[in-house]
Design a protein around this ligand. Structure first.
Ligand code: NAI
Length: 248
């Protein structure tokens, strides 16, 4: 799937799924900007991308801040040029039961995920509209489809991302831009390990799952590479859920 000549922006690209996506899109021929709160991590991934022979850029960005995203757009334009592919992957996770959930915990989750996707899409969509070609891929989650205990804030944010995806697929489709979401099942990343998901939940999920293993970041990168490709030009407003069969 060739992305030669395309510029891709990957938020959350310093770690886990975002890193795998950034490297996969680079292997498919794209030049890639890695936008992440974690500057050191973003720089390390940008060096890996350069090692693949592609142009790359690391931009310290808080996707929850419109001003930070606007500054990132300037950096991307100066460093690579206009964006053709935007992958909204940046995210955080914690498990908090509703009865213990504070307004601050709720707001933080919605800010990074839902407002982050809005900020970045609004900021980079004009590049794609100008080119009458673009791909937006938003990272949702099976939690946005079926929920999960301790995940009211996360599930609401991810379901919101799915609604946003479907709404702007209507708006941007006629302008040459597809917009899709990926709803991964449980993927073995630093986020999963840091969220202290009990081993028994990981084991239970893996045992129930027809494929009988946790997902890995490259499972999601493959789905993203397809949605970002020329070949996926008739696919928009969809939710692709690589989850090993854990949720249908
Ligand atoms: P990760 O923790 O390995 O990577 C997330 C990245 O996002 C980090 O580099 C972090 O610095 C960055 N980030 C966090 N807040 C940010 C902000 N405000 N601005 C810019 N960057 C920020 O996590 P992982 O697991 O790779 O998750 C990536 C995405 O996939 C997230 O949206 C997550 O919700 C989603 N996801 C993950 C699943 C899993 O089981 N790991 C399952 C379903 C969805």
């Amino acid at each position: 799937m060739s992305l030669a000549g395309r510029n891709a922006v990957v938020t959350g690209g310093a770690s886990g799924i975002g890193r795998a996506i950034a490297l996969r899109l680079a292997r498919d021929g794209a030049d890639v900007a890695v936008l992440d709160l974690n500057r050191t991590g973003a720089e390390a991934v940008a060096r890996e991308i350069a090692g693949l022979g592609r142009r790359s850029l690391a931009v310290e960005t808080d996707v929850g801040s419109a001003a930070s995203v606007a500054a990132a757009v300037e950096r991307v334009h100066g460093g690579l040029g206009p964006a053709h592919v935007l992958v909204n992957d940046a995210g955080i996770a914690d498990f908090v039961p509703l009865l213990q959930m504070t307004e601050e915990v709720w707001d933080r989750m919605l800010r990074v995920h839902l407002k982050g996707v809005f900020n970045c899409t609004r900021a980079f969509a004009p590049d794609m509209v100008a080119a009458t070609w673009g791909r937006v891929v938003n990272m949702a989650s099976v939690a946005g489809l079926i929920g999960g205990p301790g995940l009211a804030h996360y599930s609401a944010a991810k379901a919101g991302i799915i609604g946003f995806t479907k709404a702007i697929a209507h708006e941007l489709g006629p302008l040459g831009v597809t917009v899709n979401a990926i709803a991964p099942g449980m993927i073995d990343t630093p986020m999963l390990r840091a969220a202290n998901v009990p081993e028994e939940i990981i084991r239970h999920t893996t045992e129930r799952n027809p494929i009988r293993r946790l997902g890995v970041p490259d499972d999601i990168a493959a789905a993203c590479a397809y949605l970002a490709s020329e070949e996926a030009g008739f696919v928009t407003g969809q939710v692709l859920s690589p989850n090993g069969g854990a949720a249908f």
